[in-house]
Design a protein around this ligand. Structure first.
Ligand code: GTP
Length: 598
């Protein structure tokens, strides 16, 4: 293909504004797929993705489009994940493009993640083409959406295409604007090879499959390549493009987007954001911007059936192959036995991994409450990194504890300013500012401890604003806070997996809430169980689970065996997500209870 007839673009949008629907429609109009072939939302291929309606993994599709100027253009549509947990991956896939379609829902207007994605696109110097989608909706207000794009984002929106991805309105116009406005790639096809890795996954037969954008030079079948950050070298066995069906090619030139495979068995050699170069005539330097992703949220995962500890390790290893951001290491808990401490990019990432472990590997797991990573400055001048509350050192050894903070942007109708501020205050937020987007909508900025929002912040924000608020955040660094470790004791014994880090001023209230909640969540036993919350050696709250009066089996009078068995089975069912701690059975729910506020 001639370079000047190549166009590489992504679609960016707030969740649910119609990115996937628009992508499908573009594939259809360009003939990449016929409507008959079209499964809804083809680009989102993972089962889990489809169920949750969110885009997690990236994909790139090559399209051909004959424009009104009579020329045939080769286009690459690169899909981006929409959730804040995957910001780095979004940024890398945007780096593989020259332009981005900015989809804004005509009824909703600009939302928090619209903005966040626009900033990422601007960071990557992309040409941004606004598209007002869902104009078929009765509640659509395209003029207001245009105005918001100009006022909030600062992009001219006069020529924004008015589209309906659902009804197929405006799709050609969008393609024409891509041809006209998105610059063709540059980069010398004869220069030293530089190709950006923006995605990878593991194929059972071919090893690691790499999605890349050739930025300079030409990548060829049979060529010996090197990963610039790891130094790993491989021979390219196959390369090609997705149309969206996989098609093999002999080479990809500067400007093209495709995939390569090279019998790569070790996923650790391949990092999203790294540069691929050729071993003969290597590029002097890598493309800018590669960074290693550090997990932000940690939790312990324990198999309910301790005999499946090794299965859990194998499953985690397999998942890590296609998800290099996942980290894990063995951990033992007095209460829960052998398991793994796992690190995730965020809470959604954590939920996805847990769900995949259970579904794809048939594991039953108990997850402890998620924790962020604390920096603990000790009195001896050392700094300790703590990702598990039960590992917090002795208070006497601690000088200060620092916790991660984020800058959160919340956009909402002005009617909900009250509940939003109340929530942020409750979560220890520092108010930064508020401005009006238009007559009815505001943007509120807070600095918040990440540890306070990883759990239920988003759910609470949604319910407090009838679903109208949108939310986005970015990490801004660490700040010292008055934090203490709170222990939970059951029947007089400390349950390490229930320990949490709380702010000193909130400890008393949290202790009360938690002990009360646990009382309701932990089933009654044959004996009375005291539940206590303690700071150091000091008990600050207490509740009691009353003893169960009757044995379930007592009712059967020893007579009816089948009925007895049924009862036992029922009991077992109820125990599924329980772990016994000494003589106390603790359900999964209990571990999440410690994070709830009221
Ligand atoms: P994520 O993958 O979660 O980021 O969402 P998305 O932005 O890809 O949104 P998606 O395409 O899944 O669309 C969200 C919802 O809006 C779906 O129910 C679509 O059917 C609907 N939708 C998309 N485009 C239009 C449109 O033009 N008009 C109307 N009425 N509905 C639309």
């Amino acid at each position: 293909a001639k370079q000047e007839q190549i166009r590489n673009f992504s679609i960016i949008a707030h969740i649910d504004h119609g990115k996937s629907t628009l992508a499908d429609r573009i594939l259809e109009v360009t003939g990449a797929i016929t409507s008959r072939e079209m499964k809804d939302q083809l680009l989102d291929s993972m089962e889990l993705e489809r169920e949750r309606g969110i885009t997690i993994k990236l994909n790139a599709v090559q399209l051909t489009y004959t424009a009104k100027d009579g020329k045939e253009y080769l286009m690459h549509l690169i899909d981006t994940p929409g959730h804040v947990d995957f910001t780095y991956e979004v940024s890398r896939s945007l780096a593989a493009c020259e332009g981005a379609l900015l989809v804004v829902d005509a009824a909703q207007g600009v939302e928090a993640q619209t903005l966040a994605n626009v900033y990422l696109a601007l960071d990557n110097d992309l040409e941004i083409i606004p598209v007002i989608n869902k104009i078929d909706l009765p509640s659509a207000d395209p003029e207001r959406a245009k105005q918001e794009i100009e006022d909030v984002i600062g992009l001219p929106a006069d020529d924004a295409v008015l589209a309906s991805a659902k009804s197929g309105i405006g799709i050609e116009e969008i393609l024409e604007q891509i041809v006209e406005l998105v610059p063709a790639p540059t980069g010398d096809p004869d220069g030293p090879l530089q190709a950006l890795i923006f995605d990878s996954h593991f194929d059972a037969y071919r090893g690691v499959m790499i999605s890349l954008r050739v930025v300079q030079g030409t990548i060829k079948k049979g060529q010996k390549i090197r990963m610039m950050s790891t130094g790993a070298e491989y021979d390219i066995v196959e390369l090609g493009v997705n149309t969206p069906a996989e098609e093999k090619r002999d080479m990809l030139i500067a400007g093209e987007v495709g995939w390569i495979s090279g019998s790569i068995k070790n996923i650790q050699d391949v990092h999203v954001g790294d540069t691929v170069t050729a071993v003969d005539n290597p590029a002097p330097e890598a493309l800018p911007g590669y960074r290693k992703m550090n997990p932000m949220v940690f939790c312990g995962l324990y198999p309910i059936d301790s005999a499946r500890y090794n299965d859990l390790r194998e499953a985690l290893e397999k998942l890590q192959l296609s998800d290099s951001a996942l980290e894990f290491e063995p951990e033992t808990s007095q209460a829960l036995g052998f398991g793994y401490r796992c690190g995730f990019l965020g809470l959604l990432h954590m939920e996805i991994i847990q769900e995949r472990l259970e579904r794809e590997f048939n594991l039953e797991l108990l997850a402890t409450a998620p924790s962020v990573v604390y920096h603990v400055n000790l009195t001896d001048g050392q700094q300790m990194i703590v990702d598990n509350p039960s590992k917090m050192p002795d208070p006497q050894r601690i000088q200060t504890i620092e916790e991660p903070y984020v800058k959160a942007t919340i956009m909402s109708p002005a009617d909900y300013i009250g509940p939003i501020m109340e929530l942020c205050q409750k979560k220890r937020g520092d108010y930064i500012n508020m401005d009006y987007i238009d007559n009815t909508r505001v943007r509120i900025t807070y600095e918040l401890p990440l540890g306070e929002i990883v759990y239920d912040f988003f759910d609470r924000l949604k319910s407090g604003t009838k679903g109208y608020a949108s939310f986005d955040y970015e990490l801004i660094g660490y700040k010292a806070s008055k934090l203490v470790k709170m222990d939970i004791m059951l029947n007089g014994d400390r349950l390490d997996a229930l320990a949490i880090i709380v702010h000193k001023d909130f400890a008393f209230d949290r202790g009360k809430v938690i002990t009360e909640k646990l009382k309701d969540v932990i089933p009654r036993h044959q004996f009375e169980i005291p539940i206590q919350a303690a700071l150091g050696g000091k008990i600050i709250a207490r509740s009691t689970i009353k003893a169960l009066r009757k044995n379930v089996l007592a009712k059967c009078y020893g007579g009816d065996i089948s009925r007895k068995r049924k009862l036992l089975e029922k009991q077992k069912e109820g125990k599924k997500r329980m772990k016994s701690f000494g003589s106390v059975e603790v359900p999964q729910e209990a571990f999440m209870t410690v994070l709830s506020m009221d």
